[in-house]
Design a protein around this ligand. Sequence first.
Ligand SMILES: CC(C)(COP(=O)(O)OP(=O)(O)OC[C@H]1O[C@@H](n2cnc3c(N)ncnc32)[C@H](O)[C@@H]1OP(=O)(O)O)[C@@H](O)C(=O)NCCC(=O)NCCS
Length: 162
Amino acid sequence: MELTVSRTHTESSEFILPGDLNSLGYLFGGKLVSWIDKVGAISAIKHVRGIVVTVSIDNLIFKKPVTNGSVLTIQASVNRAFSHSMEVGVVANTLPPGDSVPVHVCTAYLTFVALDEHGKPKEIAPVIPETEVEKRRFEEALIRRNHRLSLQTQLGKGPGKA
Ligand SMILES: CC(C)(COP(=O)(O)OP(=O)(O)OC[C@H]1O[C@@H](n2cnc3c(N)ncnc32)[C@H](O)[C@@H]1OP(=O)(O)O)[C@@H](O)C(=O)NCCC(=O)NCCS
């Protein structure tokens, strides 16, 4: 079985209801982050077929508010696998009531670590990008990884440190 990026594609939709909103009447950001984490985790699980934990969420940008009655669609796929971790890219689009064109509301990059049966980081097989877009994301994932790990190191908080 080929471990392609397309095997990790995951999509989930939510109907935004009053209980999902903040005091301004827009979707509460923490709720969106929770859905992003869940859809991203399912994508990572599809790649490793095992246990994963979220180790970081970065570049999370709320570009547009999401209104009551909208349909929110979250899509995720594994951009690149490293030794024990993988980057998952997540995009959220919303379709406000009465509209026919989805609006891009949020992008985020999550790093998941695969764990073995003892809860220790486990090696991950590479993921194979096939399309031009997947190949671009594959290259960009390495740049983002170097950036996030080098920031951690510069701050004296590299992997394995508190
Ligand atoms: C994830 C966890 C097991 C990693 O433990 P650790 O002792 O840091 O492990 P290591 O130093 O061996 O690193 C393991 C992998 O995590 C990556 N990693 C660690 N810290 C990271 C960070 N801040 N950002 C991105 N990747 C990170 C490492 O690069 C390594 O991946 P690689 O081998 O592909 O390079 C540990 O940090 C943990 O349990 N965190 C809590 C996870 C959690 O509860 N999440 C929320 C609920 S799902």
